[in-house]
Design a binder for this molecule. Structure first.
Ligand code: RM4
Ligand code: MN
Ligand code: MN
Length: 386
């Protein structure tokens, strides 16, 4: 693709940021407070709006319920709109409650399953109220010991629960089904992989699609192949971008393995149907500032996408056809090794943002202003309380 076509495609790229990425978060060992980190949903929206202002490509923010719960949803929607952003995916929380010790939609007790479904119903109503078109569901359900529960029964409950949830969705809403191979459960997870997620989506209906969180696979998994297959089956609904070295580390996307991010974005870039896929970030920043980490993540996704758009498709196809293994590989490398900073600078000039949005944040005094205005007193955020 030539540069001007690539610029047009880049200008259409939208990335959703997560409200929970703006607050303090930590490991199970400690939470290090960051001066001025957002402590409530209004501040989280302010930060998401700032990220959009500095990058020009993050017009929506995902909410997690009840972490972002307010009394007046109309006021929250208006607050976002005044700041030039909108509410994206609504994430039900089916893990942060004592009732969910043995699961939520897969819990052995019917009353807990009903309670979990009731929470999903509230989330659908919130999404409808805020004009959001996606419920993004991550089930923490699973067991810790062989024999703890019946795996087949749990699978049946999973399907029943998701069917009931799907039935609650208005026509305008999609259900994004996230999988994760372990954690918090250590023996089985009820939605452990993309195959299981795809099976349940197929069963419940066409507006149920798989969400690929890039940190939710065993070491060495070929994520771009999962993406290619799900796209071919029209079953890819969205991403939770982040990076990992060992487990579900939630590090800045592209920080550990930019080549993997490039390979994933290549599948997105070459597939027209990928236009409907929701590109969302799911990160928690433990030892770094929240806002510049988010901006760096956005920039890394744009960088990978720009490189992916520059892959020379005809030469690649020719090399593949003739069995030129190394030649084909080198066509990919050529794009990956291209310095796309000038191209991205042109894009940013075109949309009126700084060529280096991370620097713009750091120079702009936004962090200091937040530390001053929000006070340095550490208030536990919803994320760390959970
Ligand atoms: C999970 C998963 C979910 C996210 C929570 C906070 O590991 O990635 O998407 O909502 O963390
Ligand atoms: Mn996730
Ligand atoms: Mn995760």
């Amino acid at each position: 693709m030539d540069e001007s076509a690539a610029l047009d495609r880049l200008a259409r790229l939208e990335i959703e940021t997560p409200s929970w990425g703006y607050g303090n978060s930590g490991t199970r060992f400690h939470v290090f407070p960051w001066p001025g980190a957002a402590t409530n949903v209004w501040e989280r929206l302010d930060d998401a709006a700032l990220v959009h202002r500095l990058t020009g490509c993050c017009p929506s923010v995902a909410l997690h319920i009840p972490w972002d719960e307010v009394d007046d949803w109309g006021a929250l929607g208006a607050y976002a709109a005044e700041r030039g952003i909108r509410i994206g995916a609504i994430n039900p929380n089916l893990f942060g409650d004592d009732d969910y010790r043995l699961g939520s939609l897969c819990h052995p007790d019917e009353r807990v399953r009903a309670r979990a479904l009731e929470h999903c119903r509230e989330c659908v109503a919130i999404a409808a109220r805020l004009g959001s078109s996606a419920i993004s569901l991550w089930l923490a359900d699973g067991t810790n010991y062989p024999g703890q529960d019946d795996l087949a029964d749990r699978y049946a409950r999973l399907n029943e629960g998701l069917e009931s949830l799907y039935a609650l969705l208005p026509e305008s809403m999609r259900l994004l089904v996230e999988y994760k191979f372990f954690e918090p459960a250590f023996y089985n997870t009820d939605l452990p992989d993309w195959g299981t997620a795809a099976l349940v989506c197929r069963r419940v209906g066409p507006r149920a699609q798989v969400l690929v969180d890039t940190g939710h696979h065993p070491q060495g998994t070929n994520i771009e192949q999962i993406v290619a297959v799900l796209l071919a089956e029209r079953l890819l609904g969205g991403f939770h971008f982040n990076n990992r070295k060992y487990a579900d580390d939630d590090l800045i996307v592209g920080s550990i393995d930019p080549f993997e991010l490039f390979r994933i974005m290549r599948e997105i870039a070459r597939t027209p149907a990928a236009a409907d896929v929701a590109l969302m970030i799911d990160q928690s920043h433990n030892v770094e500032g929240k806002i510049d980490a988010m901006i760096q993540s956005v920039v890394n996704i744009q960088t990978a996408y720009a490189k992916a758009l520059l892959v020379h498709d005809e030469r690649l196809a020719a090399a593949q056809r003739t069995g030129d293994v190394l030649g084909a590989h080198r066509v990919l490398l050529e794009a990956f090794e291209t310095d796309v900073r000038p191209l991205l600078a042109r894009l940013r000039e075109r949309i009126g943002v700084d060529p280096d949005p991370v620097e713009a944040f750091r120079r702009g005094g936004f962090g200091d202003a937040r530390a001053r205005e929000r006070g340095s007193t550490h208030v536990a955020s919803a994320y760390e309380r959970a």
